[in-house]
Design a protein around this ligand. Structure first.
Ligand code: ADP
Ligand code: ZN
Length: 635
């Protein structure tokens, strides 16, 4: 943290004073000062900061300090709307321009822009290069563009959006604009691509620290998913949580199950009608829902900073996705937990989905003979190959039994200092190395050999279990030496270990002549069987129930905090805004810790700028005062 009191005079203090006045922040996060300065100086920049790293502030401050109008290109309308609402609560003039507005709203926004009083215009990528918008920008003398989620421009990335490609035209259309790219997730290749596609000139490249020390990561084999999810959620009663599933159907089923367990949960996916979808999103923002079970479609538009838990019901399709989705936890900087439940089958499923979507796109493309087909096809194939690679990285991350914080940092090219992070299942000692993993693998593989590589995983598991299933008896497999060899394990655990062997390519799945999947040994299997290769299989941890919620637990007055939350909810309702736009949890906790009883005492609270002090200072300090009085009065 850059300390405000220690700031040198001049531009810096100017910047910091503006931040203090408008947002009530006491300092800047790593890289923010440099990124803001590049914005003020209008030097092209590429800023890579993790989710929650505070990218928005970096493009919000420059136009305020330089007293000009800047444009921000952003991919999601709901995200823009929240940001503009939040800025207005701080007394910061901002508008948004997108296709979802009524003509009246659009006209109001245009007038505001043309007046030159607007500091920030948030616009969708489709809009930005339309003749109408260009005219407006000329009127407001816009010369600085920020591109949010800039990785969307690269087909090497995990979220390629063709409409972002037209942003490459900014530098061509306007001679003297500066362009500032922002993203949370970019590997070296994606970074280079962003620079090239946007035509950045000698950009200042800033890469922040990717580690999120307030997040505790757990990566656990999937067994009984529902029970596993419930046991995690039990640690976060009445707190905000997001659960990511792969399919829409799964989100609906899991949400229903959680509701039947008394949890305020709902599902969310891209196949829903806009109306119920908005409702779910609003209810989550307004704290009327605790848990949302979603496909990846959810979350981009969510700015609730007090999400205490993110659960993945299956492996996400890239480390970037994992980082981005888990990044939605603990954006207020307070401890939060991320649990990923995976199985060896997850990566196969992603591959299948990827192949299908590529094939469908190919089918939908027509070759009109001008060469564009070949180019489009090549881009598609390259994007497909890149995504397969991303899946593979994620798969390896799941199977590697090392500090999660360290592995994640390493993926983004950074090294983490220190031995034990104290905030992942490995460092917390929850994952035990499976000492007999190799022996266990040998038992499974030799059973595959004994059934002559002619049976599927279910049958092999039955034999190892010592099951009296009809098929086992009919084949005489109850006479095999491997029959009942793993009778002390539940069948799910055996199946899971088979999945693990498949995922690690120590075993293969093929189709027999009737098209049924059967297990086959490969060269690696024989190395294991001959004792030439040792195996690691993660052991399902049962100790997770008693796990600690994370480090840095903050002491504050919980009763008062609840009181403040109620006040916040009431004000938010009156104004038709999401509660976090009034104050976020970090601010409420700061109040519940420092307990300011007067408006002036509210000055020292995190997140209280000039406008909010005037607007909300009395209400909240009075709330504290009333609460303390009631407590001090003997009953
Ligand atoms: P990103 O876009 O990088 O994911 P945001 O810009 O949404 O992150 O910022 C995440 C949170 O951190 C927001 O609640 C924001 O208000 C807060 N924040 C940003 N910069 C600072 C700062 N310098 N001091 C305190 N809080 C900050
Ligand atoms: Zn660790």
């Amino acid at each position: 943290m850059l300390d405000l009191s220690a700031a040198p005079p001049g531009r810096d203090s100017n910047m910091l004073a503006a931040i203090r006045r408008t947002w009530g922040y006491d300092g800047l996060r790593p890289m923010q000062a440099e990124a803001i300065q590049a914005g003020i100086d209008r030097r092209d920049s590429l800023v890579v900061l993790p989710t929650g790293g505070g990218k928005s502030l970096c493009y919000q401050v420059p136009p305020l300090v330089a007293e000009r109008t800047d444009v921000v290109v952003s991919p999601l309308i709901s995200l823009m709307k929240d940001q503009v609402d939040g800025l207005r609560e701080c007394g910061y003039p901002a508008v948004t321009m997108h296709s979802g507005q009524t003509p009246g709203e659009q006209r109001a926004a245009e007038e505001m822009i043309a007046s030159g009083k607007c500091r920030l215009v948030l616009v969708s990528p489709e809009r930005v290069l339309t003749a109408r918008f260009i005219r407006l920008m000329q009127m407001a003398r816009v010369s600085t563009f920020a591109i949010d989620e800039a990785h969307c421009i690269s087909h090497w990335g995990h979220d390629f959006r063709p409409e972002y490609r037209r942003l490459g035209g900014l530098k061509d259309r306007f001679a003297d604009v500066s362009v500032h790219a922002y993203t949370a997730t970019a590997t070296e290749r994606v970074r280079e691509d962003i620079k090239r596609q946007l035509g950045l000139r000698d950009p200042l490249v800033l890469v922040g620290c990717f580690d999120r020390p307030n997040l505790t990561y757990r990566i656990v084999p999937r067994e009984k998913l529902r029970d596993q999810v419930l046991s995690v959620l039990r640690r976060h009663r009445r707190e905000a949580a997001i659960i990511y599933c792969v399919s829409r159907r799964e989100t609906e089923a899991l949400a229903a199950h959680l509701r039947s367990e008394g949890i305020r949960a709902a599902y969310y996916h891209a196949g829903m009608d806009p109306e119920p979808r908005r409702l779910t999103q609003d209810q989550f923002s307004n704290e009327k829902l605790d848990v949302v079970v979603a496909t990846v479609a959810f979350g981009m538009g969510i700015d609730r900073s007090d999400v205490r838990c993110v659960i993945h019901a299956a492996m996400p399709k890239s480390v970037e996705h994992y980082q981005q989705e888990t990044g939605r936890a603990g954006r207020d900087g307070l401890p939060a937990e991320c649990v990923l439940f995976h199985s060896g089958a997850d990566s196969l499923k992603w591959r299948m989905l990827l192949d299908r979507s590529r094939d469908e796109t190919l089918e939908g493309m027509t070759d009109n003979g001008d060469g564009s087909y070949a180019v489009a096809r090549e881009t598609l194939e390259a994007a497909h190959a890149a995504q397969c690679e991303l899946i593979e990285h994620m798969r390896r991350l799941c199977l590697t039994n090392a500090c999660r914080h360290r592995l994640l940092s390493a993926y983004f090219g950074q090294t983490l200092a220190g031995e034990n992070c104290g905030a992942c299942d490995v460092c917390l000692g929850e994952v035990e190395r499976h000492q007999e993993a190799t022996v266990l693998a040998q038992k499974i593989l030799s059973c595959v050999a004994r059934v002559e590589e002619r049976f599927g995983a279910g049958h092999v598991a039955d034999v190892l279990l010592g099951s009296t299933a009809e098929a086992v008896l009919r084949c005489g497999h109850d006479k095999l030496s491997t029959y009942g060899l793993l009778g002390d394990l539940p069948k799910r655990a055996i199946s899971h270990q088979i999945d693990q062997l498949l995922a690690q390519e120590l075993l293969e799945r093929r189709s027999n002549d009737r098209g049924l999947p059967i297990l086959k040994l490969n060269a690696a299997s024989w190395e294991v069987l001959r004792g030439k290769r040792s195996v690691f299989l993660p052991r399902p941890s049962s100790r997770i129930e008693t796990a600690t919620p994370g480090r840095d637990s903050v002491e504050f007055d919980r009763e008062l905090f609840e009181e403040l939350r109620q006040l916040r909810r009431k004000i938010a309702e009156e104004r038709g805004l999401a509660p976090f736009l009034i104050f976020n949890d970090r601010t409420l906790r700061d109040i519940a810790t420092k307990r300011p009883r007067t408006r002036s005492a509210m000055r020292t609270i995190h997140g209280v700028g000039d406008r909010k002090l005037e607007d909300l200072g009395d209400a909240f300090s009075r709330c504290v005062d009333d609460f303390l009085r009631a407590r001090e009065t003997p009953r």
